[in-house]
Design a protein around this ligand. Sequence first.
Ligand SMILES: [Fe+2]
Length: 247
Amino acid sequence: MAGFRTDVSEWRSPTVKAIRGLITRLGRRELTVPQFQREVLRTYRGADLWTRLGPHIEDCLANRRDRILWREIKKTRDFTLQLIYLETDTAHPPHYHFNHVSTQLVMAGRMRAREYERLARITDDSVLLMPVFDGVHEVGDTMQTSEFHRNVHWFAAETEPTVFLNFNVHGLEPETFEPDTRQRKGRNAIDPTVGGNERHVVGHKIDIEKAEAKFAQRPIDDFPLIVQPERNTRPQRVSPRPRKRAA
Ligand SMILES: [Fe+2]
C-alpha cells in the first residue's frame, strides 16, 4: 500500500538515544527550535558517525538505496533518521516543508544545493523567497531547515553518487508559517524558477509530479538563479574525522 509507514528500530545507538531525548525536550518546550538544531549538531559532532555508520553508507552506495535507521510515528508527531542515496544526475525538486524540523548531513559524495528563506505569503499558492545558498555541500556539510529558517531547498547529486544523513521531525513546531491547509506533512513542491524581481523570487506551489518531471533529471544550473544570494552563507559542518580522545 503506497505511503504505508511503520516504526523502524534498525540502528540502536547512543546517537538515536540522544536524539530521542532532544525530541522529548523540544516537545516539552524545554528547547526552542534553534536550540534543538544546535543540539542535534552537537550530538553528531560527538558521535563518530562515519565510523559507526560506515557499513550502512557502503550498503547505500553498493546497492543504490536508502536506509531507514530509525522511525517513530505517533498521533501528533513523527520522526525519521535515515540515510538517503542520490544517484548521479538526479535531483530532489525544490520543495518547502510544513511543521518540519530537519538536518541533512552529507556522508559521501557531493550535494549541489540551493536554499531559500520564505519571507511572506503572497497568495495561497505563492510565496516570496530569498535565496541564501547556491553552491555545493561537501562531506561534513549540513543543511538545516525549520518552519522559519531555510524552509525551502533543492538539491542534487551531479558529479558522483551521494549519501546524506536525513533527520526530520514533524509536528513539534509551536507555530507555522501558513495555516494547515492542503499541506503534506514534510515535503511540498514549489517552483522558484519562474518569476521574481531584482530582489526577490516568487515561489509557485506546484504538484509534486510536475516538479519531478521538471527538475528530477536536470542539473540545477539549467535553471538560472533569478536573484543571487546577498551573502552565500556557508553551512555548519560536522567533521568526518573522529574526535581525538583525551589521553
Ligand atoms: Fe527537504
